[in-house]
Design a protein around this ligand. Structure first.
Ligand SMILES: [Zn+2]
Length: 279
């Protein structure tokens, strides 16, 4: 949607919506910053979620990701004829090489069954498979699912319910949660999908880091049409244990060491990694 259309829609919604927290429902929320023309960054005092107001509902969000969402190579599908070249060069030219993430993940999670939650067209699933994981992907957009199945021969589905309970050793979700109107819909899937002892890896923009503090809503990764939540380590530290996760730990880019406990971690980088073990 163009900027004017998005602003007009936001203006209409802000007149009709309650500003309560989209995650826990609390009305104890405060305005952190405004972004022209009508967007607000709000923070829930109860659960610590930072979110965009006006909010999206799930149906609106579903249609946006089927039809309108664009995010460079993540969503813009390459020509099928270019895919062999991207595979041969480990997706580097389009900025989708996961070598660094794989180093972090393989140091923590043994090789096993892995699901990429929010897999787009499967470039991650492909690289996890190559690294030895029995990898699958869940992606909301049917177009991207069909492209990945055909171009990369990877197993992708647009139905999270099609993946059985406690069937995975690893859940990996990168730059997905900040797009979902209520992150609970994804967070509740993670312990369902994981075996006891299974590992969770969440990557999101670090909206508690140095760049986010310096630029606020002027930081590109902060709230906007695409990003409805602005996550901080504080949110996951407080809420992931409710989903049965233990040993919740954090690291921010660059990833030169292992994740650490919330109290000990220095988290100033632009990206946040959250890890946990299902109890
Ligand atoms: Zn809340």
């Amino acid at each position: 949607m163009g900027k004017i259309g998005f602003a007009a829609k936001s203006l209409c919604k802000s007149a009709l919506q309650s500003s309560n927290c989209p995650y826990c429902g609390s009305h104890a929320t405060s305005l952190m910053e405004r972004k022209p023309l009508v967007l607000q960054l709000r923070k829930c005092e109860a659960c610590k979620l930072q979110y965009r107001f006006p909010k999206d509902d799930a149906a609106e969000n579903y249609h946006f990701y089927q039809d309108a969402y664009r995010e460079s190579a993540v969503t813009d599908l390459p020509a099928a004829s270019e895919v062999p070249h991207h595979v041969a060069t480990s997706f580097r030219k389009i900025g989708l090489d996961l070598t660094d993430r794989l180093k972090t993940i393989t140091a923590i999670a043994p090789i096993g069954r892995l699901i990429d939650y929010g897999s787009s067209w499967g470039y991650g699933v492909y690289q996890f498979r190559k690294a030895g994981y029995d990898a699958y992907g869940f992606e909301i957009s049917r177009t991207r699912v069909e492209f990945g199945r055909s171009a990369l021969q990877v197993e992708l589905s647009d139905s999270i319910a099609s993946f059985p309970d406690t069937s995975f050793d690893v859940v990996y979700s990168a730059h997905c949660l900040e797009h979902i109107p209520n992150p609970d819909s994804a967070l509740r899937q993670f312990p369902r999908l994981l075996k006891p002892g299974g590992h969770l890896f969440i990557y999101v923009p670090n909206c508690g880091g140095a760049e986010a503090r310096k630029l606020g809503v002027r930081w590109g990764q902060m709230i906007g049409e695409k990003h409805v939540s602005a996550f901080t380590a504080e949110f996951f530290h407080r809420n992931l244990p409710k989903y049965g996760f233990q040993e919740v730990q954090f690291l921010s880019s660059p990833y030169s060491s292992r994740p650490q406990k919330y109290e000990a971690a220095s988290l100033e980088g632009e990206e946040l990694l959250v890890t946990g073990v299902r109890g």
